[in-house]
Design a binder for this molecule. Structure first.
Ligand code: NAD
Length: 470
């Protein structure tokens, strides 16, 4: 792992960037709702202006087709911006809450305070969406932002740098490009909020760095997301939805189904249908399909080729190192302690493991770290209830894969090793806001018995405690 330390000059640049953003935040301009909405509109226009360059960079980095690039990256962020532009005023309005009689006469509300200077660090797999979507919420909530794109999606990183630096003052929005040294230098600084998306391993480093300053964090991490396939299903749709979620972005999706746990009675039929659907999506030779992506770099290509040695290949297995191409691959006879079951696959390789009883599948999942997503295909409500009750995962999707991320009403995040916190839509706004609890008392009434000396009032006070929650 690269561990070089950044030179003094660059470290000082990062330091002064944070200081300038803090000074600008302290001036108070970002707290004005109209300012926030203006900036959101400006960001929207900037992204539309840069759309072709962004899509081109995504193609260069990950061979993302224009359609996929728009749907999962640019369009995703534009949708978030449209919602934030329309709803920020409402989101930011203080929310009244009840006030117990005991506090006569007063009112209570939640006031949404921006944290201040925020840092968003993103990975390479959805290099545009995962950097900009949090920033939409950070702006809506009234913060300043430093954006750190992934160095591995270098073309996208460059375009984001150009797009932001040419359109925004760096004391408000600024991009810091680079790798581990830049991240280390950034994490030395005191931020008011850190939003990190990436691996569990690096998430721990970020959490430790944040702890030094007691900086609150959101950690959107990874892990192995299981997919249970019961015997009571609609076979064709099940296969299609699994292939869709597994092979979009060539399997490099944090919530891609990592492995399948299928009931033994249906395994053969499911494998046959998955093979059929892969061919119908990407043709006989997926390397020729304009809709099939590539692995981000040779390091990950080599890692995936090693993982492919677990179990037996029953479909696919083709690869081309120069092109960073790995075809859709199905593995059978995988053992629980094989290397492929020890780490997040993050590529187009799908192990298929069979079970006899649903309890076995549940046990298999519960013996492993809590996943970011859990998928279950089943027509039986009792089976759905059982899996939902007896497992813990960041999110879940029944009878589909990855689509829960596309419902803005569902906060998205992990649990335990798959993450801390959640975002999307209003949750992103709340993530970047401190919920300040305010009790506002009037001068009209003043209950004297609460003051010392308590004497005989002690009994009355104890009795009044009962009405605290009324
Ligand atoms: P990563 O953790 O290697 O890198 C993420 C970011 O951290 C990058 O910007 C990188 O520059 C920085 N970084 C890397 N090493 C660092 C270090 N030692 N100190 C400080 N910063 C460092 O992750 P990745 O390989 O870019 O992305 C893949 C991982 O991200 C997978 O585990 C995937 O599941 C996860 N992921 C999670 C989500 C989610 O929403 N939960 C989304 C996408 C990806």
């Amino acid at each position: 792992m690269e561990t070089a330390v950044l030179g003094k000059k660059q470290t000082n640049l990062i330091k002064s960037l944070v200081q300038e953003q803090r000074a600008f935040f302290n001036e108070g301009a970002t707290k004005d709702i109209n300012f926030r909405i203006k900036q959101l509109k400006k960001l929207r226009k900037t992204i539309v202006d840069y759309q072709d360059k962004i899509l081109d960079a995504l193609y260069k980095d990950l061979r993302k087709s224009e359609t996929e690039g728009y749907l999962t990256e640019v369009g995703f962020v534009l949708n978030d911006l449209d919602e934030a532009i329309a709803k920020t005023k409402n989101w930011a309005r203080p929310k009244p809450v009840g006030t117990p009689l005991f506090h006569m006469k007063g009112s209570s509300y939640i006031h949404y305070d921006p944290y201040g200077v925020t840092l968003t660090i993103s990975p390479w797999n959805y290099p545009f969406q995962l950097l900009l979507a949090p920033v939409v919420g950070a702006i809506a909530a009234g913060n300043t932002c430093i954006l750190k794109p992934s160095e591995f999606a270098e073309n996208t990183s460059k375009v984001i740098m150009e797009m932001v630096s040419e359109n925004f003052d760096s004391n408000y929005l600024a991009v810091v490009e680079g790798g581990i040294p830049e991240n280390i230098a950034l994490l030395e600084e005191q931020f008011d909020y850190i939003f990190f998306t990436g691996s569990t391993q690096v998430g721990k480093i970020v959490y430790q760095a944040a702890a030094k300053h007691l900086t609150p964090v959101t950690l959107e991490l990874g892990g192995k997301s299981p997919c249970i396939v019961d015997k009571h299903i609609q076979l064709e749709y099940t296969a299609k939805r699994i292939v869709f979620g597994k092979l979009i972005n060539a399997g490099q999706t944090c919530i891609a189904p990592d492995y399948i746990l299928v009931h033994k009675d249906i395994r053969e039929k499911l494998v046959k249908e998955i093979k059929k659907q892969i061919t119908s999506f990407y043709g006989e030779d997926p390397s020729q399909s304009s809709d099939y992506g590539r692995i981000i770099n040779k390091k990950h290509f080599k890692r995936l080729m090693k993982l492919m040695k677990s179990g037996d290949i029953c479909f696919g297995g083709q690869s081309n190192e120069e092109d960073k191409y790995i075809g859709p691959t199905l593995l059978e006879n995988v053992q629980p302690d094989d290397p492929i079951m020890k780490e997040e696959i993050f590529g187009p390789i799908l192990p298929i493991i069979e079970f006899n009883e649903l309890e076995e599948a549940i046990q298999f999942i519960n013996d492993r770290p809590k996943p970011l997503a859990l998928y279950l295909f089943s027509k039986r409500q009792s089976h759905v209830d059982k899996v939902m009750r007896q497992t813990s995962s960041g999110g879940a999707c029944i009878n589909d894969t990855i689509m829960h991320i596309a419902n803005p009403n569902l906060p998205f995040g992990g649990v335990g090793p798959s993450g801390i916190g959640a975002y999307h839509s209003e949750s992103t706004f709340k993530t970047f806001s401190h919920e300040k609890s305010v009790l506002h008392k009037s001068f009209l009434v003043d209950v004297p018995i609460r003051y010392a000396p308590y004497g005989r009032n002690s009994g009355i006070l104890k009795m009044m405690m009962k009405y605290l929650n009324k």
